[in-house]
Design a protein around this ligand. Sequence first.
Ligand SMILES: Cc1cc2nc3c(=O)[nH]c(=O)nc-3n(C[C@H](O)[C@H](O)[C@H](O)COP(=O)(O)OP(=O)(O)OC[C@H]3O[C@@H](n4cnc5c(N)ncnc54)[C@H](O)[C@@H]3O)c2cc1C
Length: 212
Amino acid sequence: MTIGLRVEGKLIARAYSIVSTNDSEQLEFLSIHVPDGPLTSRLAHVREGDGVWVNSKATGSLTLNYVKPGRNLYLMATGTGLAPFICLIRSPDTFKAFERVILIHTVRTVHELAYRPEIESLANERLIYVPSVTREAFPVNQRCSDLFKSGDLFTMHGLPKADPELDRVMICGNPDMNRDMSKYLEAQGWTMTNHRGVGNFTVEKAFVLHHE
Ligand SMILES: Cc1cc2nc3c(=O)[nH]c(=O)nc-3n(C[C@H](O)[C@H](O)[C@H](O)COP(=O)(O)OP(=O)(O)OC[C@H]3O[C@@H](n4cnc5c(N)ncnc54)[C@H](O)[C@@H]3O)c2cc1C
């Protein structure tokens, strides 16, 4: 969905993922703060009672319709790419469609592990939380894509190796992670959901690089 602010009559709007579930009374977002970013440099100063422009059309490829039901659902996020996955782990429908959900969130600093207390409180034998931090001391320092590719993810948590017949993967991260994981999965026989049909993995950009 798109959110924005009007600055001197001109709308500055950007794509955002929705954190809150469909049945929630409030719309919740998780935002980066880019100090010189046209939107977020201003959004950082928004206070309770201030207005924010929101469009009513929601799109995106990280909902349950974008993968077939299965055994284990792997949710792989970097940074604010976590947002759509919080929505999914809050929703009972996710746990109706999958036996187990494994949420892997990679960030640079511990401070960026957004929603950590909530995820930890929801974690149980059907929701496995794997935070990883690449630039600070932390129990897990590998990137989510490396954890998956090396197989360490599965051995660490006593999981069967991910199988395209049984398991599903959703990816929401920086352009490099998206590209790297998509290439790897396709080489391993996984199929990406696209206009031709529902596959066993799906990808969404967490942000756009200006030079892309
Ligand atoms: C499909 C989609 C979903 C998105 N969902 C979210 C979301 O849920 N939360 C969110 O914070 N942003 C999200 N974004 C990014 C968002 O649209 C804006 O780019 C962001 O709000 C910054 O806006 P800006 O105008 O301040 O800076 P911009 O000029 O838009 O961005 C400046 C630069 O900052 C970097 N950047 C931008 N956003 C991020 C980010 N989230 N993480 C790391 N680096 C970033 C990029 O290098 C970018 O070129 C999403 C983008 C897309 C395409």
